[in-house]
Design a protein around this ligand. Structure first.
Ligand SMILES: Cc1cc2nc3c(=O)[nH]c(=O)nc-3n(C[C@H](O)[C@H](O)[C@H](O)COP(=O)(O)OP(=O)(O)OC[C@H]3O[C@@H](n4cnc5c(N)ncnc54)[C@H](O)[C@@H]3O)c2cc1C
Length: 304
């Protein structure tokens, strides 16, 4: 393990300034569950770690314009157990609860899960499906981007040198909407997804027709992937099982999985044919249960 210094910024601007000053020799540090492993394995050899945990206000979950504001330094365990998240976005609570083990969730942060940019990251498909937006602060000031456009390859984000992810903004839940995240791993816990599927959809008033829909696939492409053809096959249609199975076939055909130690590309496609219809069905039940008068209902689902 190479030697490094840990720097302790007290504000986001200080963190940005430190990152800029040290350039590629510096790395932001959050929970360290990805970063410290990479350093130990000598995949990364930073000279400086900029400890974002020293910056107040980057941690916590609060109401924001009918939706939620989640600090990037919020621990995954807090996302999984937060009453606000469980009530308004049960799919996200469920996805966070699928990440690693209790010990990992107690240290790992939601921002770190995004910035590590693993195609199998558990919180990312749910955040994209919910239409989350990222607040990024850097040398040029602040900018907001859809979480969907944060990724450009395995381990690569669109963040520039000196930029820090500070918050995630979730839009107010739509009445009549529901979501579901399903994960297939190789074992019961402590394993990254072989396939992850997040489905979010809205029922049209008064009910049987699908309105807006987002289906996001994890671990089956270099970045989390919107299954746009599958989405298109549902939009404006009266929902039924045949349609859901067809969406599963479309999602499998638009995925770009690889063979690796966790599973073959063929297995991943097969799992999409199973999990996509299942996630749509559960999201649809949640949407119908939410009705048009109150907050959307949802399902806390364990796929394993
Ligand atoms: C045993 C084990 C099991 C795991 N299981 C899973 C699993 O099932 N599912 C899953 O998705 N992941 C899993 N992981 C991976 C990891 O725990 C998560 O990706 C975690 O959310 C990373 O968060 P962190 O705070 O530890 O990030 P860190 O390790 O601190 O940082 C990760 C990367 O993001 C950068 N970064 C962090 N925060 C910011 C920020 N705010 N702004 C800019 N850059 C930032 C860092 O520089 C680094 O490059 C597992 C890890 C371990 C060790």
């Amino acid at each position: 393990m190479n030697k490094f210094d840990i720097l302790e910024p007290r504000t986001v601007s200080e963190a940005v300034e430190m990152l800029q000053r040290h350039g590629s020799a510096a790395r932001p540090l959050a929970g360290g569950t990805d970063l410290m492993v990479a350093i130990k394995l000598k995949h990364l050899q930073p000279r400086y770690l900029i400890n974002l945990k020293c910056v107040p206000d980057l941690d916590g979950i609060s109401l924001h314009g009918g939706g939620l504001l989640i600090g990037a330094l919020t621990r995954v365990a807090d996302v999984a157990t937060s009453d606000l998240v469980r009530r308004q976005y049960p799919m996200l609570a469920s996805a966070a609860g699928e990440l690693g083990s209790v010990q990992v969730r107690n240290v790992a942060t939601v921002g770190g899960n995004l910035c590590n940019a693993s195609p199998s990251a558990d919180t990312v498909p749910a955040l994209i499906a919910l239409g989350a937006e990222a607040r990024i602060v850097g040398p040029a000031g602040e900018r907001f981007v859809q979480v969907e456009s944060l990724f450009c390859g395995p381990g690569q984000t669109t963040l520039s040198q000196g930029e820090v992810l500070t918050h995630l903004r979730l839009p107010a839940p739509e009445p009549g909407s529901g979501g579901c995240y399903l994960k297939r791993g190789t074992r019961k816990s402590m394993d990254c997804a072989v396939v992850g599927v997040a489905a979010w959809l809205m029922s049209s008033q008064p009910g049987s027709v699908c309105g807006d829909v987002r289906i996001v696939l994890g671990a089956v492409a270099p970045t989390p992937l919107r299954a746009v053809q599958a989405e298109g096959s549902l939009q404006g249609q009266a929902m039924n099982e045949t349609l859901w199975n067809q969406a599963g076939m479309l999602a499998a055909s638009e995925s770009r999985p690889i063979d690796d130690v966790r599973g073959t590309a063929a297995y991943r496609r097969e799992m999409l044919r199973v999990l996509v219809p299942r996630a749509i069905e559960k999201a649809w039940s949640a949407a119908l249960a939410g009705g048009w008068s109150g907050l959307p209902a949802g399902t806390l689902v364990k796929a394993k």
